[in-house]
Every structure is written in structure tokens, then in C-alpha cells.
Design a protein around this ligand. Structure first.
Ligand code: S3P
Length: 173
């Protein structure tokens, strides 16, 4: 039933810099739904930014928090738009939950697009604090493609502005 399917949360997945948050906000406005950013929820719960959670507690602790926050958000699914941090959908438990309760959209972009977008906000992404962030991104792209590929819908975000991408997602829903 397409109507019931549309009542499900719409969950955006994909790599850092692909535009999950910006596209998600626009999508939520057009669908007249609340927008929730999973990383912001984790930051609120931890009382500190993602970079500090990684620095103070380590990535494993961040992943635990991420899993808990997403499980709570999808516990009683409502028609929201939810943007996940880039690594969330790679966690088996998160992916299974999202697949069961939501419509998932993989926003995809090429390496150049991703690197130019993440370079606008340096320092906020601990995984890219590396001598060669481009190599890190390329590795993540390869390693994560099989997980992202399990999303229900794939939308290319190289095509144009975030507005264009939001429209492509709406058309795909
Ligand atoms: C991560 C992506 C980040 C954030 C954390 C880890 C990842 O979210 O969750 O830095 O593993 O790809 P964005 O995709 O919103 O940058």
C-alpha cells in the first residue's frame, strides 16, 4: 500500500558530505514532516559535539550511542525525515531496524563532490582528521557501498543543487 508506505519515516543514508542534512531539511519541509538529524540527537544526549565524543570516549562509544538513539527514534515510527550519520547504516542492527520500519534513501555522490562539500566544514568530522582525507573517503566509499546499496531507493546527488536532489527524492518516493 503506497499510502501506508509513505507514512513511514524517510531515512537518508550515505557518506559524509553528500548532503543528508540539507536535503533532509528540504524534504521534510515539502512533506510537511519534522526533520531529525541523528548526529544532533547524539550530541544533545552526550552534551558535546561528535568530534569531542570521538576524542573523549572513542568511536566504539559513539557507535553505541548512535545505535541507541536511532533505535529510540524508530521505536514508534512516525512520519519524520531522519538523516543518519554516514556510518550508522553500516551497523547491521541499525540497517535491520531501518529496513523494517522506514523507507531508506541512499544519497550518492562521487569523490570530488564529497571532498569539496566536506572541506567547507573542516574539523567537525573526526574520521577525516587524517593526512590524506581523500584516501580515507575513497576507502569508506568502497567499504560502505555494499551496506548503502541495501537502501530501498538510490538517488544521485551530483546532478545539481540540494533542491534538485530533494526533488529527485520526492519523485522517487
Ligand atoms: C561518520 C559520519 C558523521 C558522524 C561521524 C561519523 C561516519 O556524520 O556521524 O563523524 O562514520 O561516516 P555525517 O555523515 O553527517 O558527516
Amino acid at each position: 500500500d503506497p499510502l501506508r508506505a509513505l507514512d513511514r519515516p524517510v531515512v537518508l543514508v550515505g557518506l559524509m558530505g553528500v548532503g543528508k542534512t540539507t536535503v533532509g531539511r528540504r524534504l521534510a519541509a515539502r512533506l510537511n514532516r519534522p526533520f531529525i538529524d541523528a548526529d544532533e540527537e547524539i550530541e544533545a544526549a552526550a552534551g558535546r559535539p561528535v568530534a569531542e565524543i570521538f576524542a573523549d570516549f572513542g568511536e566504539a562509544a559513539f557507535r553505541d550511542g548512535e545505535r541507541r538513539v536511532i533505535a529510540r527514534l524508530l521505536e514508534s515510527p512516525s512520519p519524520m525525515v531522519l538523516a543518519l550519520g554516514g556510518g550508522a547504516f553500516v551497523q547491521d542492527e541499525v540497517r535491520a531496524l531501518v529496513k523494517a520500519r522506514a523507507i531508506s534513501i541512499w544519497l550518492r555522490a562521487d569523490l570530488d563532490t564529497l571532498m569539496s562539500r566536506v572541506s567547507r566544514r573542516p574539523g567537525v568530522r573526526p574520521l577525516l582528521n587524517d593526512d590524506d582525507p581523500r584516501a580515507v573517503m575513497a576507502r569508506l566509499m568502497e567499504a560502505r557501498a555494499p551496506a548503502y546499496g541495501q537502501a530501498d531507493i538510490v538517488v544521485d546527488s551530483d546532478a545539481g543543487s540540494h533542491d534538485v536532489t530533494a526533488r529527485l527524492v520526492l519523485e522517487a518516493l
